[in-house]
Design a protein around this ligand. Structure first.
Ligand code: GLC
Ligand code: CA
Length: 554
């Protein structure tokens, strides 16, 4: 079968607010993105995913949408968007948008109508329920918001509560209403008809809630998940959406499969089910923490097992691989071990791009951008402020503790502006940036790395160039070696009598590599390495963070 296009894609994730500001208001925008298409083309990627650019009051940076068919004022106009789309396409780059349809903004006209009265035609677009207790002022059930606190907000006017699994400015849509499902299909078709190539579906696994909304069990500080993660009608609704919209276009649909595990992956993405093309799992997100918040060293054997399990799913599924996104702290030094982080970045790039699936690179990852040493008031994301605020309410004595915890996990780390050069604000804006720029922009920036042939950025270019169009990198079977080795990640991608053999030293020290006995190749060619002196494939001592890709013939 011919490959679908996304199987030979390297996707670059753009967080528009922090990418490039074209007009000096301190906020990244569409024209800013357009001005950097040359950079992206030079990097070699062939698809981008844009975090939400729709109209939004920005309670959750665009994940609260007030108009699905128009662009956020701060980002520009629909014409700016069309111009950007055309320019991306001219340069051979596909464009994937964010589809946020578990909830809308409370400013969306559907919600504004819905709030007006119980018999408004839009009432049933959202999930309204009577409260409990004598006065009806206790929430309808015990579910919690993902940002902490109850998942319900009381509305004085109608005396009922509405559900919000995220912030209270993000009311959940009622997917049990067929009109809502039709609206979603129409929104997808609207953007497809404009030329958009796919969607990354935000918290899609939460869309279906049982009508009776039973109380949930307490689970890692949150309540209710077991009722709304892949809820009762999830598959039915997604099949319907696939039929009414996605399957009509040559699109790529990847869902944020929040709350799901390995076992769910086949049901969610098997191509025979005609639902999603792929998903993002969270199994690697917490490998450096206990219960999200207590830091610990990465156990490489466990890390490799997570990857191996996913790589060995049936061939009718397709992986989407990432280390970073806008919700996670930066991967350096999270997944590295101190020392020369740029070399660690090269090794991570090889591991991410050479396993099977579509790799996603998050803006700045190709430069080795790091977490930021924020002051408390510099963390402005709704998750950080809500969690710190909640602990403050319990007791101001907890302030410092909550600050330290957020300093580890805050989503703000990924959202500091892109570091383009060593001039003011890292070249992101000529104005006052909407959030703090990481002061290490003087050291870590695109301009500096462009001119250094050994930089992480230039290494990324090599690996991306090597991967795209490479039949073995796309379709080769994944075979893992030295599974129990605590320092090395070694795997092969095999297609008939050829293969790519990949070695990654995850440690900041020399590590002995022993060639597995079963590797008896006829020919071997070193394709990529961050060690100039790397020789042919044989037992050897690898340098700190050394990585190699060989092409073998058997
Ligand atoms: C997803 C997004 C996150 C957002 C949330 C609510 O997890 O990635 O940024 O806050 O959904 O829409
Ligand atoms: Ca701007």
């Amino acid at each position: 079968m011919k490959n679908r296009w996304y199987k030979d894609a390297v996707v670059y994730q753009i967080y528009p607010r922090s990418f490039c500001d074209s007009n000096g208001d301190g906020i990244g925008d569409i024209k800013g993105i357009t001005s950097k298409i040359e950079y992206l083309k030079d990097l070699g990627i062939n698809a981008v995913w844009l975090n939400p650019v729709y109209k939004s009051p920005n309670k959750d940076n665009g994940y609260d949408i007030s108009d699905y068919r128009d662009i956020m004022d701060e980002f520009g106009t629909l014409d700016d968007f069309k111009e950007m789309l055309e320019k991306f396409h001219k340069n051979g780059i596909k464009v994937i948008m964010d589809l946020v349809v578990n909830h809308t903004s409370d400013q969306h006209k559907w919600f504004q109508e819905s709030k007006k009265s119980k018999d408004n035609p839009y009432r049933d677009y959202y999930i309204w329920r009577k409260g409990r207790g004598k006065d009806g002022k206790k929430p309808p059930n015990n579910w919690t918001s993902r940002f902490m606190g109850p998942a319900w907000e009381y509305d004085e006017a109608s005396g009922e509560f509405y559900m919000h699994l995220f912030a209270k400015g993000q009311p959940d849509l009622n997917w049990n209403n067929p009109k809502v499902r039709q609206e979603v299909a129409d929104i997808c078709n609207y953007w497809f008809d404009m030329g958009v190539d796919g969607f990354r579906c935000d918290v899609l696994t939460y869309i279906s809630k049982p009508d009776d909304l039973p109380d949930g069990k307490f689970n890692l500080g949150l309540i209710g998940d077991e009722h709304f993660t892949i809820g009762p009608n999830y598959h039915k609704y997604i099949k319907e959406l696939n039929e009414k919209s996605w399957s009509k276009y040559d699109s790529f649909i990847v869902a944020e499969a929040i709350g799901t595990g390995l076992k769910d992956a086949v049901a969610l993405t098997d191509e025979n089910n005609k639902e999603l093309d792929s998903l993002f799992h969270f199994d690697l997100a917490n490998v450096d923490a206990i219960l999200q918040f207590i830091p610990k060293k990465v156990d490489l054997v466990k890390f490799k097992k997570i990857i191996n399990d996913r790589q060995n799913l049936p061939a009718t599924t397709w992986n989407s691989n990432y280390y970073e996104n806008h919700d996670q702290p930066r991967s350096l030094p999270r997944l590295a071990d101190g020392g020369d982080l740029m070399e660690a970045g090269k090794m991570l790039a090889v591991s991410l791009l050479m396993i099977k699936g579509t790799p996603f690179i998050y803006q700045g990852e190709e430069l080795g951008m790091t977490n930021c040493a924020f002051k408390k008031e510099e963390m402005i994301d709704v998750m950080a402020t809500q969690i710190m605020g909640m602990f403050h309410k319990i007791s101001p004595l907890l302030d410092n503790w909550a600050y330290k915890v957020m300093l580890k996990r805050a989503r703000d780390h990924a959202r500091t502006p892109m570091q383009w050069n060593g001039r003011e604000n890292g070249g992101f804006t000529t104005g006052k940036p909407w959030m703090v720029v990481n002061p290490n922009y003087t050291e870590i920036n695109a301009e500096k790395e462009q001119s250094d042939e050994n930089s992480l950025l230039n290494f990324y270019k090599k690996v991306i160039h090597f991967k795209l169009g490479n039949e073995i990198a796309i379709n080769g079977n994944y075979i893992e070696y030295l599974k129990k080795n605590k320092n090395l990640f070694v795997f092969e991608r095999r297609l008939e009598n050829k293969s790519l053999f990949v070695i990654c030293n995850f440690k900041n020290k020399d590590i002995k590599f022993t060639l597995p006995e079963e590797i008896n190749y006829k020919n071997c060619e070193l394709k990529i390495s961050n060690n100039k002196d790397a020789g042919k494939l044989e037992s050897c001592v690898l340098k700190p963070y050394e990585t190699r890709i060989y092409e073998l013939e058997y």
